[in-house]
Design a protein around this ligand. Structure first.
Ligand code: MLT
Ligand code: MN
Ligand code: ZN
Length: 304
């Protein structure tokens, strides 16, 4: 299985256009050893030709242009991206759909019912897109059962609901519905290798633990180092969990979870620009290194 990290940043990316926080400032001035990151998305394939896109980031144009396997091969219009799976309806994960409007083949979009509802109401992207191209909807199961996707050869997927957060424009923002956010296991049928992908994870539930234990590579929520990171940076008083993200540090945090529940490769994605782990020389980054946890970056390729 081939996994391409298209964007490893959270909403806003790194640096964020209007942010002058400790990290954004220093990456612009070149004072810090750190990689810039676009907004959250990956692509997965078994053959390197037909790719399943996870999330469509506002940065998708650049992400695909710098990803040769996605480029057109045949005819005047073509793409290596054969289907799109949305793990939630947040701006950073869905706005890129508008950039795919030139598609001459139907956009095959896989998501949960609450995500489809958000994208047809609070943020009516799907209705807008239908004026440009055909959109085929496919609902993903929430009970952990498996499904396959035509053209995405040799991959089997299992999706389940996660406790995280629907976006501010969602009718469910303050009334969580199962499926506002999902986690996905991607299994290569011929090899049995598994990836677990969950960029928005607010609670370590038993089915999450099971998924992590079964995976050869875990690519999960790396948004915040600590609960009150936004307040410490002087940005706002929203806590990590209020935004649906489990921080890495502290009791019950992601470091503890990954240390106890995973045997395979442990990686973080969806990293917010305030997170000290972006600084490759920070003590926080050193703690991750010691725990064997990697920080993913744009353009990273993982082979399982
Ligand atoms: C989140 O996951 O909380 C988002 O990155 C928020 C956003 O995109 O604005
Ligand atoms: Mn996000
Ligand atoms: Zn910043």
């Amino acid at each position: 299985m081939k996994i391409r990290v298209l964007g490893a940043g959270a909403g806003g990316g790194f640096p964020q256009w209007n942010c002058n926080c400790h990290n954004c400032k220093r990456v612009r001035s070149g004072e810090m050893r750190a990689k810039r990151r676009t907004q959250s998305s990956i692509a997965v394939s078994s053959d390197g030709r037909n790719w399943l896109l996870f999330n469509a980031s506002p940065d998708i144009r650049t992400q695909l242009e710098t990803f040769p396997d996605s480029h057109p091969r045949e005819g005047v219009r073509d793409s290596g991206i054969k289907a799109i799976l949305l793990i939630d309806s947040q701006i950073d994960h869905t706005t890129g759909l508008l950039m795919l409007r030139e598609s001459t083949v139907p956009l095959e979009i896989y998501c949960s019912a609450p995500v489809k509802q958000d994208l047809s109401s609070g943020f009516p992207l799907l209705h807008m897109l239908e004026h440009y191209c055909t959109v085929n909807h496919h609902l993903v199961p929430l009970d952990g059962s498996s499904f396959t996707i035509p053209l995405i050869e040799d991959l089997r997927l299992y999706s389940h609901a996660l406790k995280s957060k629907a976006p501010p424009y969602s009718p469910h923002r303050n009334h969580p519905h199962p499926g506002d956010n999902i986690g996905v296991i991607v299994e290569q049928i011929s090899t049995g290798k598994k990836l677990y992908y969950a960029p928005g994870l607010g609670e370590f539930e038993p089915h999450v633990e099971e998924a992590m234990k079964s995976a050869d590579c875990v690519l999960v929520d790396g948004t915040f180092w600590q609960h009150d990171e936004m307040a410490r940076a002087g940005i706002n008083d929203k806590l990590a969990l209020e935004l649906g993200h489990l921080p890495q540090s502290g009791e019950g945090g992601m470091i503890e979870i990954l240390t106890s529940a995973t045997q395979g490769r442990k990686m973080l994605i969806h990293i917010n620009n305030t997170n000290p782990i972006l600084d490759e020389d920070s003590p926080e980054r050193k703690k991750l290194d010691e725990a064997g946890i990697e920080v993913s970056f744009d353009g990273l390729e993982i082979n399982l």
